[in-house]
Design a protein around this ligand. Structure first.
Ligand SMILES: Cc1cc2nc3c(=O)[nH]c(=O)nc-3n(C[C@H](O)[C@H](O)[C@H](O)COP(=O)(O)OP(=O)(O)OC[C@H]3O[C@@H](n4cnc5c(N)ncnc54)[C@H](O)[C@@H]3O)c2cc1C
Ligand SMILES: NC(=O)c1ccc[n+]([C@@H]2O[C@H](COP(=O)([O-])OP(=O)(O)OC[C@H]3O[C@@H](n4cnc5c(N)ncnc54)[C@H](O)[C@@H]3O)[C@@H](O)[C@H]2O)c1
Length: 483
């Protein structure tokens, strides 16, 4: 239909994952006209192939693991046999349950124009989808990322797994080689191992979970090995080939140069995620990219074309659902109101978790980062193996490590390895966000017996260390005099 308006819509959002959905939701709530384009499944990675299926699978795996340890709880239970199709059926049913929240129906009812199709940029203000050109004042790029496929000779001749297609397995693998040791590799390794797959993990460096404090990697390495997982450090895959009976053979090369072929039923590649920025006209329109393929954005999440914003995995640097929605607010508000006021995206306090058992959650700086930045700091460690509630639950393992500014209770970083770590971390996240230190946590009433008491005990440990010795000496004399 002919329109004399310069633009058909205020914003076109490309991609209906966590970033795109929140962007469209915010824009529609603020009464802007917004078009949301998705080429595959509404909900994107998190709902369909990421957070939701992985956490659901981990739950079945944990229950089977608990059953295998039922003796510890005074229960005599025969080993749980795994009905793998039923486990994967539960994964799909949880996705189906959440799906309506992210659906075209819901977003249409919110006032978003939802379009199914592959979007291409044809100019900084025009998006082509299904042969239709949409003229938009602003474009929000939210196309997410996909598994990075490393360059391994022979990979093109075998069928490998990634976090995209692992959910299509209909039989529990007898064995699996997992490449990588980040969040995806660790979560999937433990999940499949606990369900009964013989899992080997191959990691080229000398430690696992290298984005965390070194103690975390050490703790989880021991946990994995105690559970029977074969973790091969300092090892890379130099070649793969098809073996007999549909197996995959991998040539594993250790740091000393020795090589050995090993056979597995499946190979899972979990070595990072690559932004979806190719083949959609970004180069033609001149949208600048970073070396790793993400969209180059400024502190307002604008690309070099100031009306084209990016958020979520396609922008980075954090690849988390909560960061996608955090960025989505900035991208959308800056697009709609940037001509009046712009907001700089706030990355000061970014929490994250890996949902292994025990969980790993962290926020703020790592010790190594503080050293590099020459920040004077102190370390408070608190073991989680003697907490009343954790003992009662049979979950007494792990630790909390908090970094404070030297001589102050200001929290610079916190890491928790333990049951419910992602929930426990929120207290540190809140404290950091609100400029409160460990004294504040110590002065807060925590329910007994709860896992969260550990945060208070850690704060108490800091307090004891910092109690003024001169005052304690005077008190000792005062009490002696009053006796
Ligand atoms: C196994 C796994 C587990 C994870 N677990 C967690 C977790 O526990 N917690 C957490 O915070 N994060 C987790 N993540 C990361 C999280 O899933 C992502 O950070 C998040 O989904 C990113 O959202 P996004 O909107 O940027 O991208 P996506 O969710 O990938 O959405 C992008 C969408 O854009 C669409 N698209 C792409 N190109 C076009 C185009 N040209 N036209 C139209 N549509 C297009 C895609 O089809 C897709 O639907 C996990 C990831 C994986 C793989
Ligand atoms: N719980 C969560 O929040 C969660 C869960 C899963 C994924 N994610 C997100 O998804 C992203 C991708 O996860 P991921 O685990 O694939 O990536 P990652 O970046 O966390 O880890 C990649 C791993 O692969 C290794 N590696 C990289 N290139 C390699 C190569 N050529 N050969 C051998 N090893 C190599 C790295 O050393 C590292 O261990 C993460 O950044 C994370 O933000 C989050």
């Amino acid at each position: 239909m002919f329109s004399n308006k310069k633009f058909d819509t205020n914003i076109v959002v490309i991609g209906a994952g966590s970033a795109g959905l929140i962007s469209a939701n915010i824009a529609a709530t603020l009464n802007a006209k917004v078009t949301l384009i998705e080429r595959h499944k509404m909900g994107g990675d998190c709902l369909n192939t990421g957070c939701v299926p992985s956490k659901t699978l981990l739950r079945s795996a944990k229950i089977r693991h608990l059953i295998s340890e039922s003796d510890r709880f005074g229960l005599k239970v025969a080993e749980a046999s795994v009905d793998f199709p039923a486990v994967m059926g539960r994964v799909q049913s949880v996705i189906k349950h959440i799906e309506p929240n992210d659906s075209i129906e819901r977003y249409t009812s919110l006032g978003v124009d939802c379009v199914t199709g592959d979007a291409t940029l044809i100019s900084p203000n025009e998006v082509l989808v299904n042969d239709q050109t949409i003229r938009a004042r602003h474009i929000i790029l939210a196309m997410g990322a996909r598994p990075f496929i490393p360059d391994i000779p022979g990979l093109e001749n075998i069928e490998y797994l990634t976090s995209d297609n692992i959910w299509e397995l209909d039989e529990l693998p007898e064995s699996m080689l997992v490449m990588g040791s980040g969040a995806i590799a660790c979560e999937m390794t433990q999940a499949f191992s606990r369900l009964g797959t013989r899992v080997s993990m191959v990691q080229r460096s000398a430690s696992i979970l290298n984005k965390e404090e070194p103690e975390v990697g050490e703790f989880m390495l021991k946990t994995f090995r105690d559970e029977g997982i074969d973790v091969k450090l300092n090892t890379s895959i130099s070649e793969v080939r098809a073996g007999e009976n549909g197996t995959i053979e991998a040539l594993l090369r250790t740091a000393d140069g020795s090589e050995q072929w090993e056979s597995f039923q499946h190979l899972l590649l979990a070595v990072g995620r690559q932004a979806n920025t190719e083949g959609m006209g970004l180069e033609d329109v001149g949208v600048e990219l970073n070396d790793n393929g993400t969209v180059k954005v400024d502190e307002y999440l604008r690309s070099n074309h100031k009306n084209i914003m990016a958020c979520g995995d396609v922008a980075g640097p954090y690849q988390f659902t909560h960061m996608a929605s955090h960025q989505a607010w900035y991208a959308t508000v800056n697009a709609l109101f940037g001509f009046v006021k712009k907001f700089k995206v706030d990355y000061r306090i970014v929490p994250k978790a890996v949902f292994t058992d025990p969980e790993i959650a962290s926020v703020g700086k790592l010790e190594a980062e503080l050293k590099t930045e020459s920040v004077a700091y102190e370390v408070i460690n608190f073991p989680l193996d003697d907490m009343d509630r954790a003992l009662a639950e049979g979950e007494a393992k792990g630790f909390i490590k908090v970094l404070t500014k030297a001589g102050s209770d200001k929290i610079l970083g916190a890491t928790i390895v333990g049951a419910h770590a992602a929930e426990l971390l929120t207290e540190f996240v809140n404290a950091m966000k609100n400029g409160q230190g460990l004294n504040h946590i110590l002065g807060t009433i925590h329910i007994y017996p709860s896992f969260s008491e550990a945060n208070k005990y850690l704060a108490g440990q800091w307090k004891r260390k910092h109690a003024p010795q001169w005052a304690l000496r005077i008190l000792k004399k005062l009490h002696a005099w009053r006796r």
